[in-house]
Design a protein around this ligand. Sequence first.
Ligand code: ATP
Ligand code: MG
Length: 405
Amino acid sequence: MTNKQAAIHIIKQLHRHGFQALLAGGCVRDMLLGRRANDYDVATDAKPPDVIKLFRRTLNVGAKFGVVIVLIENRQVEVATFRTEADYSDGRHPGSVEFASAAEDASRRDFTINGMFYDPLRKEVIDHVNGQADLKRQIIRTIGEPAERFAEDYLRMLRAIRFSTQLGFPIEPTTWSAVCRYAKEITNISGERIAIELEDILAHPNRAAGASMLIESGLAKAVFSGFTGNQAKLSIDILSQLPKRLDFPLALAALFAGCETQFAIECCEVLKLSKNQNNHIKSLLIDRGKLLDEEMSLAALKKILAKPYFWDLFELQKAIRKATDQNITALTKLRKRIKALGDVDLQPKPLLNGHDLIRLGAIPGPALGQLAEEMYIAQLEGALQTPQQAEEWARHWLQKYTTHY
Ligand code: ATP
Ligand code: MG
């Protein structure tokens, strides 16, 4: 069963019990555009307790706000009661919800193209907000006065850019001026919510257009204070040179490629990313530039290749070179060297361990660490291939060490 079939199954069941039930929001937009929808949301006049009673398996995630998740086979469908959202006192979450008509539910939604319903049983679009016309015109426009709608929830400014990026539709001029005018207010929104929209913008192949709107509107500067000017322009060019598909950390590293690493890391803190994502970004920024060393030793190459984000680093470096009109010969050579390595073990077990070295006469302490590191480099270089060779090499090293000190 697909998500869509599960949603239609739920709609039929609600109908049978005398309720109105429709597909709502993003999935209607995507169906009309002939795109595959992410998720199929159902909107209904049934109240959460009715929905919970009608289906065997439900998750009560936000019945207070009128939302119940219905589980059908292995699918989850969000079933939301038609509602208005009143009292946005903090520009973040609605203070309260009131159950309402379908028309009122449409008008609380963000953009006209996201405000339509579809009745799958009658095969009919229900459009209270002129969404179909804007879908034909290919524009992103708020439902109602943009300034008012943004003041209710400033995240909508980022969402406007997100939909514009994903769909390739421009933002309608009045909506756009309001984004620019209220960009500073984005700081009222939590970093986590900002990160979700930002990821959708920057992970999309059309990310350079998205970044350029973020910068032009002043949203980028507001989210990442101090991020302006030339750095920002360079980021757009770098983002446009990245591969189509990528992970959010690579996109963020590219966004900040023109900045000092410490500044970039501080900017990313705003987004409250996971430790893993932060480390990923940090290592890309710290290591940028390293791949351009054509004289890189075999050991250094193996070490950097063994890093988990090596290929992201490669793509980032390539994008930086291209965006700044510099050749990528060093990277092409590097790729050839890597290919020539075949499937060699990048992180082999050291030929001798600490105990072995102590047995050979090394004294525990920093010198032992130094010996082990140098021996491992010789191993990665291919100079040492057997424990016997390593032993001989270590004895020699220890002799030199002892005579020196
Ligand atoms: P996607 O296909 O990427 O999931 P979507 O349109 O479904 O896009 P969601 O974020 O999943 O977007 O939200 C579902 C629907 O809920 C939207 O289409 C819109 O009607 C409404 N909506 C979501 N967030 C807001 C918001 N901040 N303000 C007003 N309406 C919103
Ligand atoms: Mg959705």
